[in-house]
Design a protein around this ligand. Structure first.
Ligand code: SF4
Length: 394
């Protein structure tokens, strides 16, 4: 794949995508299509798979632990399996379908991974180290079909939805890169489904992936540690309200009125604010202890950050009797997006007005801006940035 030295996101974006589509679209795809991706199987499904190829159930549990707990991505590394079984597995299955094309390390320690699927679609994942825990931001789709005007990913359109295995494998790759293959992360791991794509337009794969990752014999990242952000796919918010083992929910609002939200997030034309917040109210009523529910509000200079808009937002949430906290997210500028971040003083004023009306409000610190890893900046941008000493091969 062609590497670009420039940090200019605009025209380069399309060059990068051209190269992704035209390089290697080949035999690997056909070959991989015939193999079962074991990363996307639950422990019970893996037991079923090995029984189908004439192996005892315990081998399935052993392979599940090798893939999900020891985070091994090739059968050759599973040296505790008989050679004949490893050969059989190589013929019928795979433990890795993503390849890492580029990795970037930010001055603040954030790592961005540009990966590609076996059929050459880009996937982006961001690893964000924090004092008490790490956060991995994963993608649910390659590109995104929604057209949020403040988001770089929107410019790609939908390339395709990711499989459960491709969602789980992003986490395996990021943890192996940060700590070494199979090494126990020193801190807890939180996951956020805020990378490329609208997770609720890939709902079944998302839930399958979160269930696989929750297995104590595997990655053991429980749903309470996972937060999924939606632009407002109302039927799925209602469905999530009925699911007991669900991830935490975040709703990206971006505007306090339909008029403005129609422009910033065109999905609003399908599910306007009244309908969206009605579904949010229903969802909030089903919250159990330990579950988190938040609103995200990207702060765009001179667009959605006035005192009047803060009052409108507070009134909107209060009118729907919603108690979820609001995260204010400074916009991450990137060419060719037509917006600038609100100044810090404006963000503080906005926060003050929300709080004066009883809304719990936090300002989220931007991470990884210098490597295009921040919210709304994921669009397969390549650049030349050195990686730190902790980086592994790939
Ligand atoms: S903000 Fe999220 S939902 Fe909107 S276009 Fe970007 S990736 Fe898609």
């Amino acid at each position: 794949m062609k590497r670009l030295a420039s940090q200019n996101v605009g025209p380069d974006l399309f060059t990068v995508y051209d190269s992704l589509f035209t390089s290697n679209l080949n035999a690997r795809t056909d070959e991989m299509d015939k193999l079962t991706d074991l990363v996307g199987l639950s422990q019970a499904e893996l037991v079923g798979f090995v029984q189908q190829i004439g192996e005892p159930a315990y081998r399935g549990r052993q392979i599940f632990a090798a893939v999900q707990h020891r985070r091994l991505r090739s059968f050759d590394e599973m040296s505790d399996l008989p050679k004949a079984l490893r050969k059989r597995l190589r013929e019928t299955a795979t433990a890795s379908t993503l390849t890492v094309e580029s990795r970037y390390l930010s001055a603040d320690g954030t790592r961005r991974f540009l990966m590609k699927t076996h059929d050459n679609f880009p996937v982006e994942t961001v690893f964000i180290p924090e004092e008490r825990r790490d956060t991995i931001c994963f993608s649910s789709q390659s590109g995104c079909p929604l057209q949020c005007t403040f988001c770089l990913t929107a410019q790609l359109g939908l390339l395709r939805s990711l499989t459960p295995g491709e969602i789980v494998e992003q986490i395996i790759i990021a943890l192996n890169d940060a700590y070494g293959v199979g090494e126990k992360p020193p801190r807890g791991t939180n996951l956020v489904g805020m990378g490329a794509g609208e997770p609720f337009l890939n709902f079944d794969s998302l839930l399958r992936a979160t269930r696989i990752m929750a297995d104590p014999q595997g990655l053991f990242i429980v749903p309470h540690r996972v937060t999924v952000s939606t632009a407002g796919v109302v039927p799925r918010i209602r469905e999530l309200a009925t699911i007991p083992d669900r991830p935490n929910l975040a709703i990206s609002l971006a505007a306090p009125t339909d008029e403005l939200r129609d422009v910033l997030m065109p999905i609003n034309k399908k599910w306007p604010l009244e309908e969206l917040l009605g579904a949010c109210r229903e969802f909030e009523q089903t919250l159990k202890a330990g579950e988190r529910f938040t609103f995200e509000y990207v702060m765009l200079d001179g667009i959605n950050d006035s005192d009047e808009q803060a009052r409108q937002l507070a009134n909107l949430l209060n009118r729907h009797d919603l108690h979820a906290k609001v995260n204010l997210i400074p916009h991450n500028p990137a060419d060719p997006l037509p917006y600038q971040p609100s100044p810090a003083t404006r963000v503080e004023m906005f926060k003050g007005i929300l709080e004066s009306k009883g809304i719990h409000t936090f300002v989220r610190k931007p991470r990884g801006r210098d490597i295009f890893a921040a919210c709304g900046q994921l669009a397969a941008v390549t650049q030349t940035v050195g990686l730190g000493a902790n980086s592994q091969g790939g």
